[in-house]
Design a protein around this ligand. Structure first.
Ligand code: SAM
Length: 396
């Protein structure tokens, strides 16, 4: 009885309070008729549940949880900045995962026979029969991360006295394709799909490039890329002798500039799995973008083929995405190798990146047993990726 009295009293109080609020200030929750029943993020999750549970099997539940949880960032250090930010970040508990890479030689793995039986030629790194020697890394690319399991956020970078920022925040795994591309002194490099520019900055950190072409078909995104470069690279360096920024359709690159570059990065548009699961804005799973999403593998293949044509014989191409999708990753690479040979008479070999990924196994989780390329898979204790990468070498 007492409880009923209390409830009545409270309800009356609420009513009294509402009558005190002027009518014009009351906010009525609106339910828009246009509000989609299934937002793009839900459609993405449905799609991934259907495809990745088959592709990844038992691994999918843990990858799914990681994808839906807060991601981890890394800070790519800017060698052009005059502020010594490394010591400051180390003091906060960060470490440079590249400098800390495990350079111990990797024991030869038994997996080789399976790869050799495939149609695609895989080049094993030189070995003495027992050990695979660790690959050389650019000493100038530095990227710091917080320890495993620590998801402390980085503060935004501050400009130095020359107005250049000390670091660029990005998924630390996205530095791996740039590192593995192994840019050498005096190389001509093409970054075919470059905006907003995280990987371009990583390539520039090598301080080895003779000439860099950065391209992105989207004019607005190229403008953003230009602004990023202006915030990180001194004006004196951004000259026509060093760098060319364009907004061409990359699929046509082979028509204009063939056999020209020592290194080509083809970081294609994809379903950007993490973004598609967390942001409804600009989401490739929105109903209006279904056609664009279905055409992705076709566009990716055309871009990779254009990148292969743009590379000089002996040169190397890195194909990368931020999706787990086999159709956008391995299948695209397989078709590109086949078509390059059949249509253009270009022979390629796949460079084995296992000794490379072995060096970073304490920082990232890599998918086991991929027969083509390597993939960082998200994990709650090291929530980076997904990043897929496959390196090709032009033989002819
Ligand atoms: N490499 C960039 C980075 O690290 O910041 C991210 C690139 S993002 C994954 C893919 C980019 O490809 C988008 O900026 C998109 O505008 C661009 N793109 C899409 N189609 C293209 C085409 N046909 N030619 C060149 N770029 C294209």
């Amino acid at each position: 009885m007492a409880l009923l009295m209390d409830t009545r009293f409270l309800l009356r109080k609420v009513k009294d309070l509402r009558s005190l609020t002027p009518k014009r200030n009351r906010v009525k929750e609106k339910w828009a008729a246009t509000h989609p029943k299934y937002p793009p993020t839900s459609l993405a999750l449905q799609h991934f549940d259907a495809t990745y549970s088959v592709q990844l099997g038992k691994m999918w539940p843990s990858v799914r949880v990681a994808l839906l949880s807060e991601r981890k960032y890394g800070a790519l250090l800017n060698n052009f900045s005059h502020d010594a930010v490394l010591a400051d970040l180390q003091e906060k508990g960060c470490r440079d995962f590249i400098n800390d890479a495990d350079t111990e030689a990797q024991p030869c793995l038994e997996q080789v026979s399976e790869e050799e039986s495939s149609d695609v030629p895989v080049k094993k790194p030189d070995s003495d029969g027992q050990q695979l020697s660790p690959p050389q890394l650019s000493p100038n690319i530095k990227c710091v991360v917080f320890p495993r399991g620590d998801i402390t956020r980085f503060k935004p970078a501050r400009p130095d006295t020359y107005r250049l920022l000390g670091y660029y925040l990005l998924d630390a795994a996205s530095v791996l394709p740039c590192l593995a591309l192994n840019v050498q002194e005096g190389h001509n490099v093409l970054d075919l799909c470059a905006a907003p520019g995280g990987k371009t900055l990583a390539l520039l950190q090598t301080q080895a490039i003779r000439f860099l072409c950065v391209n992105d078909t989207s004019v607005s995104r190229t403008l953003r890329l230009r602004k990023v470069l202006q915030s990180y690279v001194p004006k004196e360096f951004l000259t026509d002798e060093n760098i060319r920024i364009t907004s061409f359709d990359g699929t046509r690159w082979g028509d204009i500039e063939r056999n020209s570059f020592d290194r080509v990065l083809v970081d294609v548009p994809c379903t950007t799995d993490r973004h598609s699961l967390t942001e409804d804005d600009n989401n490739i799973f929105s109903k209006t973008r279904t056609g664009e999403r279905r055409r992705l593998p076709q566009v990716q293949l055309a871009l990779l083929l254009a990148g292969i044509e743009a590379t000089c014989p002996g040169g190397e191409i890195m194909y990368s995405t931020c999706t787990l999708s086999q159709i956008q990753n391995l299948s695209v690479v397989e078709q590109a190798i086949h078509l390059a040979r059949e249509k253009h008479g270009i022979h390629l070999e796949v460079v084995d990146l296992q000794p490379f990924t072995h060096m970073f196994r304490k920082t990232f989780h890599f998918a086991p047993d991929l027969h083509l390329g390597e993939m960082v898979i998200p994990h709650l204790a090291a929530n980076f990726g997904p990043i897929y990468m496959c390196k090709l070498r032009r033989l002819t």
